[in-house]
Design a protein around this ligand. Structure first.
Ligand code: ATP
Length: 277
């Protein structure tokens, strides 16, 4: 498996794949995101954590082109962008795997993998679909994210929910995304599905993508995450690395309220560079 190297800046600094500088999004009078700063680096998994209503989905909406930010800057590979549609975000290399991911249920797995970008063989007027190539590519791409033993001709409706998500991640990797957003279900999911999730997330990191995982499971976040962006009432309440927190502290932080304030104050006092607000 090839591992993409992160682009390096002048002094060996890594250029962020995606950067938010003071991004504010308002739904009416109250901001759903309030001057949010975040840096998503290639080859890093950033877990976004926060209670219901803290702004996690709004953050995903802005990054995926569903919603435009009202203030601040969004940069992709250092260039300011303002997406007008999800398509523009995809074209900029930001792939999103939604909780309620849809597939075309009657089409085969390989058809779903290519959807509109099917490989062809030969030259016009004899050009035709390269079905064998498409099947093989699908199987290879799925194996890269940890799904083996698939029949590429089976209808996508036969896939488990976790496998559907893996298919979406495999597509993103195959078609050259540079950032991957994964909006995890907030309802409890099976260990098998969580394992598939984890495998595909780690495969994306190994490929050098900047990965964002929205989750409300701090223990799982600590297992896979390199950074933790804690949101509370639309603010960044903490921007921490694995060295700053163990799984217990992260769980306590997620509990919110006084604990969140006390712990965040203590951590940001120790690390003034953290918790950009
Ligand atoms: N379309 C909308 N219109 C009005 N207010 C909205 C809209 N979407 C979100 N909000 C509000 O913005 C705030 C942030 O919501 P958001 O859905 O981003 O939070 P969340 O952390 O994803 O919550 P959850 O975990 O429940 O999905 C909340 O106060 C919410 O009520």
């Amino acid at each position: 498996m090839s591992t993409a190297l992160p682009p390096e800046g002048p002094a060996g600094t890594v250029t962020p794949s995606v950067e938010l500088r003071g991004v504010t999004v308002r739904h009416g009078a109250v901001p759903a995101l309030n001057r949010v700063h975040a840096t998503l680096l290639p080859g890093q998994i950033t877990c976004v954590l926060g209670e219901n209503g803290s702004g996690k989905s709004t953050l995903v909406s802005v990054l995926s082109g569903l919603r435009r930010h009202d203030e601040g800057e969004l940069l992709v590979d250092g260039t300011p962008v303002r997406f007008r549609s999800p398509r523009q975000a995809r074209e900029a290399g930001i792939a999103t795997v939604w909780q309620d991911l849809a597939v075309a249920p009657l089409l085969s797995v390989w058809r779903n993998f290519f959807l509109g970008a099917e490989p062809t063989r030969g030259v016009w007027p004899l050009r035709r679909l390269d079905v064998d190539g498409a099947r093989e590519t699908t199987l290879r791409a799925m194996a890269r994210v940890g799904v083996t033993g698939l029949d590429p001709d089976q209808p996508a409706s036969a896939l488990q929910a976790g496998e559907r998500q893996s298919l979406a991640v495999a597509r993103a990797l195959h078609f050259g995304a540079r950032a991957l957003l994964i909006d995890e279900p907030s309802t409890p999911i099976t260990v098998a599905r969580q394992t598939l999730f984890g495998q595909s997330v780690l495969a994306a990191r190994a490929q050098g993508l900047a990965v964002v995982v929205v989750t409300n499971n701090p223990r799982y976040a600590h297992l896979i995450g390199d950074r933790f962006l804690l949101l509370a009432h639309g603010h960044v309440a903490g921007n921490l690395t694995r060295d700053d927190v163990d799984a217990d502290v992260l769980t306590a932080l997620m509990a919110g309220g006084d604990q969140l304030n006390t712990l965040t104050d203590a951590l940001t006092a120790l690390h003034p560079e953290l918790g950009e607000r």
